[in-house]
Design a protein around this ligand. Structure first.
Ligand SMILES: C[S@@+](CC[C@H](N)C(=O)[O-])C[C@H]1O[C@@H](n2cnc3c(N)ncnc32)[C@H](O)[C@@H]1O
Length: 222
């Protein structure tokens, strides 16, 4: 079974199914034999997609997967989830802490990153954008050529976001939010920087003409 088929079998999340199609295609010629993967915002909930499980399967036994999350409960849930699907693996590491602070002190030669921590608030997206930019700043100069960085939860212009309002964790109502900027999401600042200001990184993938929740995917130019 391919990594993509395996992942689709373990989650019903249709947005993640679409994402894994283009991610898997992009990673099909990933140039590194040993994948050193960092995920900010540990995958712990299979209904949310737990994209890190796909990444861990892609990493296999020879590389490493490192997850960092600020919430200790989620770190423990993540550990349990990975243990369930990969009972024999000893190359998965789970860190509790702020992702930017962690990346300041532990670079560890990552060549693949999935940035998916500080939650996006569609009505105030700037703190999330900035947090993910700060994560990228810690990685961009030290990652080797050919590295790939993916940033989750982005909506392109023309998308309607169905935003759920919650009160004390309970669903209250759904609001339709039209996206009128080029892109709103965790990766907004990284997207614009790569497109307009960087000679070193390039935007990759052909999935940006989309009205779904998408990953911004960039590569350090070869
Ligand atoms: C969207 S979830 C991660 C989902 C996961 N990557 C997946 O694919 O299923 C976001 C996670 O980021 C964590 N988080 C929020 N702020 C953070 C920060 N400053 N540093 C590290 N993790 C953070 C939250 O605790 C939460 O578990």
């Amino acid at each position: 079974m391919t990594n993509k088929e395996w992942y689709k079998n373990i989650t019903d999340n249709q947005i993640r199914h679409k994402q894994v199609d283009y991610v898997d295609e992009i990673l099909s010629d990933f140039p590194f034999e040993n994948i050193k993967c960092i995920e900010t915002g540990i995958s712990q909930n299979i209904e949310d997609g737990a994209f890190g499980l796909y990444l861990a399967r892609k990493v296999g036994n020879d590389g490493i997967y490192v997850g960092v999350d600020i919430n200790e409960n989620y770190v423990n849930e993540g550990k349990k989830l990975f243990k369930h699907y990969f009972p024999d693996n000893t190359n998965h590491h789970f860190i509790c802490g702020d992702s930017v602070e962690f990346l300041k002190i532990r670079k560890d030669g990552y060549n693949l990153a999935h940035l998916d921590s500080y939650d996006l608030n569609i009505h105030n997206p700037f703190p999330s954008m900035l947090h993910h930019w700060n994560e990228f700043v810690e990685l961009k100069d030290v990652m080797p050529i050919g590295s790939i960085v993916m940033i989750d939860d982005n909506f392109m212009k023309g998308t309607t976001v169905y935003w759920n309002h919650l009160y004390n964790g309970e669903f209250v109502r759904q609001e339709k939010v039209p996206i009128t900027y080029d892109i709103i999401g965790k990766g907004t600042l990284i997207y614009h920087w790569v497109k307009e200001m960087s000679d070193e990184w390039e935007l990759i993938g052909d999935h940006y003409n989309s009205v779904d929740n998408i990953k911004v995917i960039i590569r350090k130019k070869i």
